[in-house]
Write a protein that binds this ligand. Structure first.
Ligand SMILES: [Fe+2]
Ligand SMILES: [Fe+2]
Length: 296
């Protein structure tokens, strides 16, 4: 694997040179050069207040209910202790890419909500998943804003640049978290992988269980939120239909998609009682360019 340009950390250290071969040995070396890590509690940062606001996102009015679960999620997230450079990266994303910042917070909240669901019987550690949600797109900080905020479909070469954010995040987290990088980096690296091997960056079919949750939540939010390239979002139903299509194609985790469907209903049926119509119930918005590549 290689990047197309030099990658620097926030402290200006050159981490990877353009076209340098990146492998496990290079990444391990980076983790060893990591300086002493100072950490911060989310509650003591501006992110804490932004999390509070993210719960009020109108697209999530039904999903982020009941309030009692929101309080639990909020407490978990505010008590997270994260390396200082990660907090700094998130603050930069907040300033330069507000769409991405909002997406990161909502992803972390929803993934944490999934982990708290009793039907999953503690399969996912809420603290770990909240942390993974917050860092999953950290590599986007190094993608040129003209690509991230382009209002029209990306060209193939622009899409190739965008795709590097998964690897960039993985590299940054090795450097920022040192030996503890494994607590942070799986979802950053794998959230665009798909169970049928059609994802990136490695076309992996064996995907960490936490990354699978982040992958579902990531696609879902990409659909139901307004994006620079799409002024009208998918309706909840149309987004869930697309996720079900992805489940049928063996790309996304079925249990997690079904749980999302249950969250999106006022009655919150349990997974055994969940009935899903096989008929498509809504259409994507017109002029939808999600996943489309422009010629050139
Ligand atoms: Fe991503
Ligand atoms: Fe994402």
């Amino acid at each position: 694997m290689r990047l197309m340009y030099d990658l620097h950390a926030l402290d200006k250290t050159l981490l990877i040179e353009s076209d340098q071969k990146i492998n496990k040995a290079v990444l391990n070396k980076l983790a060893q050069t990591s300086k002493k890590i100072t950490s911060l509690k989310i509650a003591d940062t501006v992110i804490s207040n932004d999390i509070k606001k993210a719960f009020k996102d109108p697209s999530y009015a039904i999903i982020f209910s009941p309030e009692s679960i929101n309080r639990k999620i909020s407490l978990i997230m505010k008590n997270l202790i994260m390396p200082k450079p990660i907090i700094s990266e998130l603050k930069i994303i907040k300033k330069t890419m507000p769409y991405t910042y909002r997406h990161i917070l909502v992803t972390a909240i929803l993934a944490t909500k999934i982990s708290l669901d009793k039907q999953l019987k503690g399969k996912y550690d809420p603290i770990k998943i909240a942390r993974l949600g917050l860092v999953h797109d950290i590599g986007k900080s190094r993608i040129p804003p003209e690509i991230l905020q382009k209002p029209t479909p990306l060209t193939k070469s622009e899409h190739e640049v965008l795709k590097t954010h998964a690897l960039i995040g993985y590299i940054l987290l090795h450097y920022y978290c040192g030996k503890k990088h494994v607590l942070y980096d799986c979802a950053s690296y794998e959230h665009h992988e798909r169970l049928d091997g059609s994802g990136y960056p490695r076309h992996a079919k064996k995907i960490n269980k936490y990354s699978q949750v982040i992958a579902v939540v990531d696609v879902f939010d990409a659909l139901i939120a307004i994006r620079p390239y799409r002024k009208t979002a998918f309706s909840l139903r149309a987004a869930l239909d697309l996720l079900l299509e992805n489940v049928a194609q063996k790309k996304l985790n079925k249990q997690i998609v079904h749980l999302l469907i249950s969250f999106a209903r006022i009655t919150k049926p349990n997974l055994k009682e969940l009935r899903i119509s096989q008929v498509k119930r809504d259409k994507p918005p017109t002029k939808n360019v999600y996943g489309k590549i422009a010629k050139g």
